[in-house]
Design a protein around this ligand. Sequence first.
Ligand code: SAM
Length: 396
Amino acid sequence: MSVPSFDGASARLHALVEKLQQSGAIYSAAWAEAFAGVPRHVFVPQWYGQETDDRGITVWRRNDAADRDVWQAAVYSDQTLVTALDPDTAERVGERAWTGIPTSSSTLPSLMAQMLEDLSVADGHRVLEVGTGTGYNAALLCARLGDRLVQSVDVSPALVEAARGRLASVGYRPHLAAGDGQGGLLGRAPFDRIMATCSVPRVPAAWIEQIRPGGVILTDVSMGIEGGLVRLTVDKERRATGHFTTTTGRFMPARSDAHAYRRPERAPYAPRAGSRPTTLTAVDIREHYPFRLLLAFHIPGAELVYHVDDETGAMSLQLQQHDGAWARAPITGERAAGPSAIVTYGGSTDLWRQAERAWRWWNDHGRPAQDRFGYAREADGRHYAWHLPDGLRWPL
Ligand SMILES: C[S@@+](CC[C@H](N)C(=O)[O-])C[C@H]1O[C@@H](n2cnc3c(N)ncnc32)[C@H](O)[C@@H]1O
């Protein structure tokens, strides 16, 4: 396939591929060739840039061929670009500006490249992608494997139809379907590889049933406080085991239908119970991704959110549980970044105490990176993570 030569896209595309190779995101000749053959601008005819208006409200401004240079410069840079807003909640607030919740994006090309490399596909592999979005990643898979071997599913029928048209315009006709990809795509199974570009709370049983023994699943698993990319191999006994990958990336959560947004059920905040000094600061938690992952194993079901004090406007990092327990340490204001902080808490469990225990464990074990943590789904559906060298396990 030749890249359309208009708009200088060809030169921009080659510059992007070179950059991805130089950074190490693409390291195989096969993926370099695939990336060089797919014009990203065809798949991202418009994108929404995030702005904050003078009332402090998030506004999404549309960029497209009307300002060709800005649009294409972004499309051929290493950026995630929001490409769709939820039509039910998006409100037009200016000529090219909307409020609303992003429902699809074209993923950071370097992340896409690393994931495709991590997937270790071989000629002849049948692949299912969950989260078609713009169709760009599906096109890359088609360029690498041939479109007969590629299937992709998205929960939004409108996105699937738009992707189908773009793929056809560059000569690819993979099998596309609209639906909840957490159910796989039974009629097209078995697959050698399943790759998700949305996150799932657990590895769906359908993926295990629809993949060949020896097949690989690459997905973002979200666990409340944090989540990450896992690469799992499924064996004959239907056990999926592997570990978090060195590639760090997070994706928007899978929704069960095109209009459903998960709002976690949570009891009202418990009354304030006290405050005390702590050596685990909000900065420690914010700065160390592998530690947040460990926290997610240690405190299942908990969430990590930003909290703004109604009276002072001071911002804290807050751990919270579904039963209303909470604990927070300051991000802004006095003692936000020093070697110690004041933690304030409420509820039945001292969540910060649990976090302090995890912090001690992480430091005592030499601050392991995320790929030192295994992840498994047993044939009976139980999930757990473990520390690769010493085998300590956390049920999930
Ligand atoms: C980050 S975007 C995917 C980017 C895409 N791979 C590309 O190359 O443009 C995530 C996509 O996941 C889709 N999605 C969300 N929940 C889903 C589900 N349950 N099944 C399939 N797709 C889902 C969203 O509609 C969105 O298009």
